[in-house]
Design a protein around this ligand. Sequence first.
Ligand code: SAH
Length: 240
Amino acid sequence: MMLIVDDRGNTYLIKGDADFHTKYGFLGAEQLKKAKPGSVLEANTGRRFHVLNPNVTDFVQKAKRGPQAMTLKDCSLIAGYTGLRSGSRVVEAGTGSGVLSIFLANIIAPAKLVSYEIREDFAGIATKNFEKFGIKNIEVKNKDIYLGIDEKDLDLVSLDLAEPWLAVPHAKKALKVGGYLSSYSPSISQSKKLVDALGEDFQQETFETLKREWKMDAVRPHTQMLGHTGFLTVARLLSR
Ligand code: SAH
């Protein structure tokens, strides 16, 4: 995969093995095949396109997104607030389109992320995304996490599903003491049920974040913004 950035800041993630058309001009397959990271290509319109190596933030933003794929800001907060690092032992559910999975797997590599997904069709979409981006350290399990977690001694159980409270008893057994449970829910009533289920054994906080971008030529915020994504609960196991 290669990342193409045009002089207006638009980005395109492409294989680079065929002609590529944008509304600002077209790049030929021969031109793309010869390109390396750092190359600057000139389209038929005279516009310039930069070639870069893509990284995980490009994958998160460009992955084929099914319903409810997580945004980069929420992925980042989960990793930041749980202190994720290379080698961390992580289980997540559900896989969905695998956007959060890609983000987490990139951080914990060479450790393997285990991702539970109840729906085989979603597991299929996610697996295609992982193959496309060359991400190998993710194992998708076609299993219901509400019935149990096979893994033990985990640093993080990351939940993004409708009834996270049903996974709490299993997470409690699977986590290290001091390990984290994170949960992302679009509705605060889901967060409330989760928090009630966590009880006294976890230190916890629930929050949402609003990312407001600024139009720097006019030095004011953009008129439109993404008003709501989800609420995050981050909880740390104190004792069992
Ligand atoms: N974080 C994902 C989106 C998850 S959407 C992303 O960034 O792309 C929620 C997913 O949880 C759906 O695919 C759904 O099928 C799955 N799911 C729901 N209940 C589940 C359960 N009990 N066990 C495993 N997966 C479950």
